[in-house]
Design a protein around this ligand. Structure first.
Ligand SMILES: [Zn+2]
Length: 104
């Protein structure tokens, strides 16, 4: 399903998606762009990287640079604060989903 537009609502979901993978393990920017694309989110480096930097600045992610020979690649993963935020958000998402699905 394509998810273009509706930026205001989708931005939070994209951040949670990013956070989920950062808790799961490490990722790098281009991998995340592809991953989000597979889920129908069209997000370019000009949007993703500022988002990653902001999440890092706020303490949800940390990064390390890995030299792959030709160029350095930055890997991101969740901090303890990031894991906590995902846990809280998951509870909220489940609750919301139940309501959206009319189970409450
Ligand atoms: Zn994913």
């Amino acid at each position: 399903m394509k998810a273009t537009g509706h930026r205001e609502f989708l931005a939070g979901l994209i951040r949670l998606h990013v956070l989920h993978h950062a808790v799961d393990g490490e990722f790098y920017g281009n991998w995340m762009i592809e991953e989000l694309r597979e889920h129908g989110y069209r997000i370019g480096p000009g949007t993703l990287y500022p988002m990653l930097h902001a999440l890092e600045r706020k303490g949800y992610l940390r990064s390390r640079s890995e030299d792959t020979g030709r160029r350095a690649r930055r890997h991101y993963r969740a901090t303890r604060k990031g894991r906590g935020a995902l846990a809280v958000a998951k509870t909220k998402v489940r609750e919301l989903l139940a309501e959206l699905d009319g189970k409450r």
